[in-house]
Design a protein around this ligand. Sequence first.
Ligand SMILES: Cc1ncc(COP(=O)(O)O)c(C=O)c1O
Length: 371
Amino acid sequence: MKTYSDLNTPERILLGPGPSMVSSRVLRAMAHPLLGHLDPKFIELMKEVQDLMRYTFQTTNEMTLPVSGTGSAGMESTVANLLEPGDSILIAVNGYFGERLVDMAGRYGATVYRLDKPWGEVATPEEVDAALKVHPVKVVAIVHAETSTGAMTPLEGMAEVAHKYGALLLVDCVTSLGGIPLKIDDWGIDIAYSGTQKCLSCPPGLSPVTVGPKAREAFHNRKTKVANWYLDLTMLEHYWGDDRTYHHTAPISMNFALRESLRLVQEEGLEARYQRHLENGKLLWDGLEELDLRLIVPVKHRLPTLTTVAIPEGVIDAEIRGRLLNDYNIEVAGGLGAFKGKAWRIGLMGHGSTIRNVDLVLAALREILGR
Ligand SMILES: Cc1ncc(COP(=O)(O)O)c(C=O)c1O
């Protein structure tokens, strides 16, 4: 039988849409000896992870826990717990992840109404209001930071509109949590999910989820069981809540990593962290424009954590990204869906959002494009 060499991964500069760069502190935390998932030491650590998650989400929500799985698991847990056949949802779709929400909600038997915006643009509270007037629904879902386009949908005022029609506000904050302002309680967001591998700078594998009182009430008022056993948040609460009884075996090392990455968020402070992301984002935007590259999203709604660049006429997408990776060790991503072949996506998230990385990617692009 073939034998295999020791694992030997190159140290990439990860400037794509995630996973982002991870601090050596987080990697070291993952290498700690395993604990049992019901060990009192681990149970102590679970509480710390939850407290740090509440700090980062800016919430006091008791039901705040890391769902085992990537961002899509968090997405599916919120959709599966909120919706049952006969329910309805309005989804603002302005990119690939809005489409994923539509697909998931349909699979759980909900009637799905769409508020479509062109890729790169965002929905406004007025447009959500107009859509709800025609179709009042149980849930309104919005992707805060659309990773496929680099557009940020302002959330202020969204909850007021949803609540006016008796709907709950569900927010995807996979590419915003820990990178740009997000105030779960102040903004009245009822339920939200994120991922560890973006602005939290942790490997992929957990999905922070927070559930407010009205969404919890909706869980309790369901007529049918949640159609997904693994992601039933009320059952998961028996493990992450006061009982601490077994549901599934928590990914222990990933929780070590999440704890450390959230500790780094807390040490830096949220405001300073948002400011760092914004300043480095602006540096990148200025540098790209100096290279005569066009940024797709207007500055008003542009995400500092993920920038989309229009691929210039005559330039071969795969060739440039290949050279960035092979000659400069830098990963950036191509476009998804409607932006396939049309855009590059450059991420400056968490530990990767540094002046040095901005300089590196700009210098590499300058050389490769000969500008
Ligand atoms: C906005 C958004 N939502 C959901 C997801 C899904 O997360 P994952 O790929 O971790 O399952 C992603 C992943 O990039 C995302 O960017």
